[in-house]
Write a protein that binds this ligand. Structure first.
Ligand SMILES: [Ca+2]
Ligand SMILES: [Ca+2]
Ligand SMILES: [Ca+2]
Ligand SMILES: [Ca+2]
Length: 591
């Protein structure tokens, strides 16, 4: 058991946060004149990224998925085991709907759901609780609810002025296609000891060195729409080794890799997601595995969906892609060349991690932001083509996620052996950089409750509802004595309260959402990182300076605020005049 009393005393002593942190429903960040969701810019949003299965069980009747009598959906039944981190835990759309006020009061304005379409419940011994194994692209997974439940969730979110984004996949479907050479004639065996099917290049295929793809008898019509049951609409070249040609044409660990190089398939995928927009009218999409689909596909897909959403009156429909890369040049190619409006900023995540976990110089952040110009485009005639101009202000910021793990986990694992107090401070400072740098912030569900985790993937997908997973429940959560064995919708948690405060500031000052960012100061060791956010629209100008201190020592502010007349808007710690406290930040307005 950790010394939580100590950490509370510490926070009160050095941060001064608690005095300014009272948040109630009436005085929430939302009160700050948030525009109606239909008119709101993407840069106004604060996202909450959630796996519905792990959030809250609002309907126990759907815990097993499809009904036993439902032969058509037989493979979307089962997989429930709340003690196993790779199985379904019972959370659903009804549960999310029930907990909307919890998100609303933290200042969340947009929810990104992991994929909710109907999955194959079981593959190779674990379940599709995460949603990335889709069989049916037209209906909601029965573990999560029905199409009507999703519509109700969206209606209720919209009534609170909260947007809903779906996580979508065009790269692959569930694993239904097998290769005789790998899986035997019955499709059930592994003929390779490593458990994968080595990728066969196009050059090998041209010479006749191919796999023999087939579908196990009885599985020929599992997928919807029906065209996805045709073996010829897949690449069928074996498993990706993530390099070269295989990155685009290889199977993602056996998941059937769609032939996105074909025009027919591209149009098929466009039609699938047009129909999803028609039926549910979401506010946008987060797009999975973007790096594993060819550029030409995105050049067609992205504008077509934007135009379609606009035709239905969803004028600010927005999409951002997952490109797992820490290189701004590579990331930006997906907005400038592939024509996606935005991407998740893995490069910023890497820079925050290197400064606040590894204690590298704040130059790391300055160097990253110096590459922002890569994202800038200046297309003409954007309305009729559906191609949106992109820039770094629309990037999507995060500190950790469901694949790599939580920021709290990186801190826990650090060779610097941070105390709990320091983990708390570094965590809150990392989130401040995420909120107040250019880009749109995303809270990964559970971060606001001090969740830590033992790693990435399954280890980072804890339950908000009382968990039965032993490897979750033995975690030492930050800033609370609770464990994940109990309910964790605690609106008094320091992180929840702090994120609500950050949200309030973010909505209060347009410069923190729209201001053009420039670096004022950085250094080659831990210490000051200072940015200016300059906002000028019509008759309103606002110039804000945000100063972060990533060092454990107090720093002088004269390097930043020298000769400028500024007013203090917020500080996360009490400061002596002209100084900034260790591991804290402050926001100033230039007079
Ligand atoms: Ca349920
Ligand atoms: Ca397969
Ligand atoms: Ca692919
Ligand atoms: Ca653990």
């Amino acid at each position: 058991m950790k010394l939580f009393v100590q950490s509370v005393m510490f926070i009160v002593a050095v941060s001064g946060l608690l005095t300014s942190l009272s948040v109630d429903a009436k005085n929430s960040a939302k009160a700050a004149k948030l525009a109606p969701y239909q008119q709101r810019n993407f840069q106004d949003e604060i996202f909450y990224f959630v796996l519905p299965d792990r959030f809250y069980n609002g309907d126990k009747s759907n815990d097993l998925g499809a009904a036993e009598s439902d032969a058509k959906r037989a493979l979307s039944r089962g997989g429930l085991d709340a003690t196993h981190k790779g199985m379904y835990h019972g959370g659903d759309l009804a549960g999310l709907t029930e907990k909307l006020s919890y998100l609303d009061n933290m200042g969340i304005t947009a929810i990104w759901l992991t994929p909710i379409l109907r999955n194959q419940a079981m593959q190779n011994g674990t379940s599709g609780y995460h949603g990335y194994w889709i069989l049916d692209f037209t209906e909601i997974d029965p573990h999560l609810g029905t199409n009507a439940d999703l519509k109700n969730f969206i209606d209720q979110a919209h009534k609170r002025n909260i947007k809903v984004f779906f996580d979508i996949i065009t790269n692959h479907t569930a694993d239904v296609i097998k290769y005789k050479e790998c899986h035997g004639d019955d499709g059930l065996s592994w003929l390779f000891t490593k458990g994968n099917c080595p990728f066969k290049s196009l050059a090998q295929v041209a010479k006749g060195d191919t796999y023999t793809p087939f579908i196990i008898k009885g599985n020929e019509t599992l997928k919807t729409p029906a065209w996805l049951n045709d073996i010829n609409v897949y690449h069928n070249q074996g498993d990706s080794h993530w390099k070269g040609e295989s990155a685009i044409r290889g199977d993602f660990a056996g998941l059937d890799d769609v032939d996105t190089n074909s025009e027919k398939v591209t149009q098929g995928m466009i039609d699938i997601y047009k129909a999803i927009i028609d039926e549910f009218k979401p506010d946008g999409f987060r797009i999975d595995t973007v790096k594993h689909v060819n550029t030409e596909f995105w050049q067609a897909f992205s504008p077509a969906l934007t135009v379609h959403a606009k035709s239905l009156g969803i004028n600010n429909f927005f999409m951002y892609g997952e490109v797992y890369s820490f290189d701004s040049k590579e990331l930006s190619s997906f907005t400038t060349q592939a024509k996606l409006p935005s991407v998740l900023d893995f490069a910023l995540q890497g820079a925050i991690r290197s400064t606040l976990v590894e204690q590298k110089g704040t130059d790391q952040l300055a160097n990253l932001f110096a590459q922002d110009h890569f994202y800038q485009t200046d297309h003409a005639d954007i309305d009729s083509t559906g191609i949106q101009n992109t820039n770094a202000n629309q990037l999507v910021n995060f500190t950790g996620n469901h694949d790599m793990g939580r920021f709290a986990y990186f801190l826990k694992e650090s060779k610097h052996n941070y105390s709990e107090q320091e983990q708390i401070q570094r965590n809150l400072l990392a989130n401040a950089i995420m909120y107040f740098s250019r880009g749109v912030p995303v809270i990964y569900y559970g971060d606001e409750q001090g969740f830590v985790g033992d790693g990435g993937d399954q280890a980072s997908r804890q339950d908000m509802m009382p968990s039965k997973v032993a490897s979750y429940n033995d975690d030492d959560l930050l800033a609370t004595d609770k464990t994940t064995a109990v309910d964790n919708f605690d609106t008094s948690h320091l992180f929840y309260q702090t994120f609500a405060k950050y949200a309030e500031l973010y909505q209060q000052y347009p410069a923190l959402r729209f201001g053009q960012q420039s670096t004022l100061y950085s250094q080659n060791k831990a210490g000051i990182f200072a940015i200016k956010r300059a906002y000028a629209v019509k008759d309103q100008t606002q110039n804000i300076i945000v100063v972060f201190n990533t060092a454990k020592k107090m720093q002088n502010l004269d390097v930043v605020l020298n000769k400028q007349s500024t007013a203090l808007l917020y500080q996360s710690a009490e400061n002596e005049s002209g100084k900034i406290a260790p591991l804290s930040f402050a926001i100033y307005q230039i007079d």
